[in-house]
Ligand binder design. Structure first.
Ligand code: ZN
Ligand code: ZN
Length: 425
């Protein structure tokens, strides 16, 4: 399977809840496909997915406990202060999720050298008391990448946030108290007596381990199997054409619309359609947005009354194509909406891999990319709080060509190779 061990992906194992078999998976993926009983299962964690790192054999006689780390992975978009250009690059980092470890002590590539296992919260593991936003907020990442001064805006989009439980043990060496990493290449961290007491207290009060919940990949409407798409946030039933997303302990219906007409060969690409209103910037209507981004185009009269809607790709592609598609789709895709009539055959779609919340976060950088008169407007956008007031999922039909998918009405295309690479981001 091409998605496994893609660029930077960490492989892991999980346990099939049906047959107990060991399933190969990838860190961050909510789908387990069991090779033994052939079932496809959607994992529903309480909070982020979490993975246990095994202790190295040489420490097996020690009293091992685990400490949580965040693993964050996504595309960081930044707007340069000098030339107002928007650029995107991959961010992949780990950082402690509790205060018992030095905040600079990341795991590096060590989790890749061992077999991670998808798990519920392991026993005796202190709670994740440090929010991921503390390390992954914009300024935190800017600090890590050492470029605070040059950046006007930066945003992490499409983040995968999981917990890695790393093994440790305590050791006394003379008068010294040491927190030892129990994995290959493990280091010793020196602790004060108070720090040791705090750590022991946190272990004693560790959250109770809860069983993971799972959902079978069956369409709640027609009973057919939902497509086993890895990393999908929304699942589209190919038979009854309804879309579902996990809500609580079940799949709930996700309404969507189709923009443009579907042919037999069409592949549907999902976009989040997000309406934005910003009084300060003066973007109140679709016509306003067009004046900002394509002043040479004459808006249709009715667009003065329509909301300013952004079309943000809900699938994963590389940063450059993501920005280009957000721009061209928002400005140029103005087709009629169609309803899908059930029973018209299979619907082929690109999976929704970018959650709505992440798409909302992308609006600001997308507007920087889209606007004309950047010198005057981009600093204003940086100071604005662009809020989505309404959002919904739409699918846009593209036609397959040899190397790409083509949106005929606008002439826009999506490179097939960019999708394969993007799926692993
Ligand atoms: Zn199984
Ligand atoms: Zn169905």
């Amino acid at each position: 399977m091409s998605h496994l061990n893609g660029a930077g992906g960490w492989s892991a194992t999980g346990t099939c809840p049906n047959c107990g078999g060991e399933v190969d998976t990838e860190v961050g993926d909510q789908l387990l496909e069991c090779g033994f009983c052939k079932s496809s299962i959607y994992v529903l964690p309480e909070g982020p997915l979490s993975y246990r790192m095994p202790a190295d054999k040489e420490y097996l006689s020690e009293r091992i406990f685990h400490l949580p780390y965040w693993r964050l992975r996504g595309v960081r978009f930044k707007v340069n202060r000098e030339n107002f250009k928007v650029e995107g690059g991959l961010v992949d980092l780990t950082a402690p999720a509790c205060e018992h470890i030095n905040s600079a002590a990341n795991l590096g590539v060590r989790p890749q050298a061992c077999t991670l296992h998808l798990t519920s919260w392991p026993p005796d593991t202190p709670a994740a008391t440090l929010a991921h936003s503390r390390i992954a907020d914009e300024s935190g990442v800017d600090r890590l990448y050492n470029e605070e001064g040059d950046i006007l805006i930066s945003r992490l989009i499409g983040e995968e946030r999981v917990i890695i439980h790393a093994p440790f043990f305590l050791k006394e060496e003379g008068s010294k108290h040491l927190l030892m990493e129990a994995f290959p290449g493990g280091r010793a961290h020196s602790l004060s007596v108070e720090e040791v007491e705090r750590l022991k207290g946190a272990i004693a009060e560790a959250p109770k381990s809860k069983e993971l919940s799972f959902l079978a990949l069956d369409c709640p409407n027609c009973g057919h199997a939902l497509p086993p798409e890895h990393n999908a946030k929304v699942l589209l039933c190919e038979h009854c054409h309804r879309a579902f997303w996990p809500r609580g302990n079940a799949f709930a219906r996700m309404p969507y619309a189709i923009l443009g007409e579907i042919a037999e060969s069409s592949r549907l690409f999902p976009f989040w359609h997000i309406d934005v209103e910003d009084e300060k910037l003066g973007i109140r209507s679709r016509a306003d947005l067009l004046r900002w981004c394509a002043p040479y185009k004459v808006p249709r009269p009715e667009w003065e009354k329509e909301a300013a809607g952004f079309l943000i790709p809900a699938f994963k592609v590389n940063a450059r194509i993501f920005l280009r598609l957000a721009k061209t789709a928002t400005i140029f895709f103005a087709e009629e909406e169609h309803r899908v009539t059930p029973g018209r055959g299979r619907l082929l779609s690109e999976p929704v891999r970018l959650p709505l919340k992440e798409a909302m976060e992308a609006i600001q950088v997308a507007l920087c990319e889209m606007t004309t008169d950047k010198e005057r407007r981009v600093p204003k956008i940086a100071g604005a709080e662009l809020r989505g007031v309404r959002a919904r999922l739409i699918f846009i039909p593209f036609e397959p060509r040899a190397r790409e998918y083509l949106h005929k009405e606008s002439g826009q295309s999506i490179d097939r190779r960019a999708l394969e690479v993007g799926a692993t981001l």
